[in-house]
Ligand binder design. Structure first.
Ligand SMILES: NC(=O)c1ccc[n+]([C@@H]2O[C@H](COP(=O)([O-])OP(=O)(O)OC[C@H]3O[C@@H](n4cnc5c(N)ncnc54)[C@H](O)[C@@H]3O)[C@@H](O)[C@H]2O)c1
Length: 301
């Protein structure tokens, strides 16, 4: 297939491009930035809000992964107007370019944040049927919910097929330096202090970026058409487990400071990716510890 990937130069997008190329697809990256991880494919340096360029790029394309967005929630908070433009408005642009060019499918990168703070603990299972947060606590969440709605509208109103992929928290090679895992690695290596709120028993489900990329690509299967999938890790990891795992891998003790728990510190609940396993045959290949070892070895090189 010939596939356009908006945001294909970014953290997750570059891994998705790698897997698509490995599987023999023809890929065109559409991004403001050039690809820097050595992908051998066409790339178009352009804005997803430049509708003329986007529509021209969508000519002859079979499927579009729409991954370009403002993925940094802190920047989203500080620059809401442009961030929303790049996140939800850009989705309409992509859907419209697909409609005009009879592209067979648009696959949208979404997030588990759209479930909001669902009450419960780890025994609370969230599936794709769980309703959207009715009172989202971040503009990023609202923008992604809008993007999902636009996909559904374009299917109902114009027959443009979609797949919505709701990611968990990714980690791994090429991650932004200001995310939890690279920060912890850096602090352990350099003796910096790691602050943990409460006892560190809050849980998260991490997904190794390579597994996430394979999950994205498995969504291309016909079974993925007009479906929504959670693409998430299966292991429940306590915040303190991140530290101990890294201590073991790096062979160095962390300098951890435990401080008072934050009000409403989110305790975690389980997001099920069973649907992706059943329909697409996808499940993460790497155990958390194994993925972390791979990542750390590349990170410290
Ligand atoms: N990283 C996460 O924790 C996470 C979690 C869930 C969902 N997502 C979603 O996954 C997708 C990819 O996220 P990421 O972490 O790889 O982000 P990233 O910032 O590394 O990559 C985003 C890419 O989009 C490009 N881009 C941004 N605005 C653009 C525009 N107007 N025109 C063209 N290109 C533009 C950027 O140059 C960048 O290369 C995003 O849609 C994000 O919201 C990310």
């Amino acid at each position: 297939m010939k596939i356009l990937v908006t945001g294909g130069a970014g953290f997750i997008g570059s891994h998705v491009v790698d897997v698509l190329l490995e599987q023999g697809h023809e890929v065109v990256i559409y991004d403001l930035e050039p690809p820097v991880y050595g992908q051998k494919c066409e790339n178009i340096l352009a804005d997803v809000n430049d509708t003329a360029k986007l529509e021209a790029a969508a000519k002859g394309i079979d499927a579009i992964y729409h991954m370009a967005a403002q993925a940094n929630v802190n920047i989203f908070f500080n620059e809401p107007v442009t961030s929303n433009y790049n996140t939800s408005n850009s989705t309409i642009n992509v859907l419209e370019a697909a409609r005009k060019n009879n592209v067979r499918r648009v696959l949208l990168s979404s997030t588990e944040w759209i479930y909001g703070s669902v009450e419960g603990d780890e025994s609370t299972q969230i599936t794709e049927e769980t309703i959207y947060a009715q009172n989202p606590d971040h503009l990023y969440t609202s923008s992604k919910i809008a993007a999902e709605m636009f996909c559904r509208n374009y299917k109902t109103l114009y027959g443009v097929n979609f797949t919505i992929m709701r990611y968990g928290i990714p980690f791994g090679e090429r991650a932004r330096a200001a995310t939890v895992t690279p920060i912890f690695i850096d602090k352990i290596l350099n003796g910096g202090e790691i602050t943990i709120h409460g006892s560190g028993s809050q849980t998260r489900q991490f997904i190794y970026v390579r597994d996430l990329a394979e999950g994205n690509v498995s969504c291309l299967k016909p079974e993925g058409e007009n479906e929504i999938f959670n693409i998430n890790g299966r292991e429940v990891i306590r915040v303190i487990d991140i530290v101990t795992t890294l201590e073991e891998i790096l062979g160095k003790k962390a300098n951890v400071k435990f401080v008072e728990d934050r009000m409403g510190n989110y305790k975690g609940r389980f997001i099920s990716s069973e649907k992706a396993e059943k329909l697409l045959g996808w499940r993460p290949k790497f155990k958390y510890r194994e993925a972390m070892e791979k990542y750390v070895n590349i990170f410290i090189k």
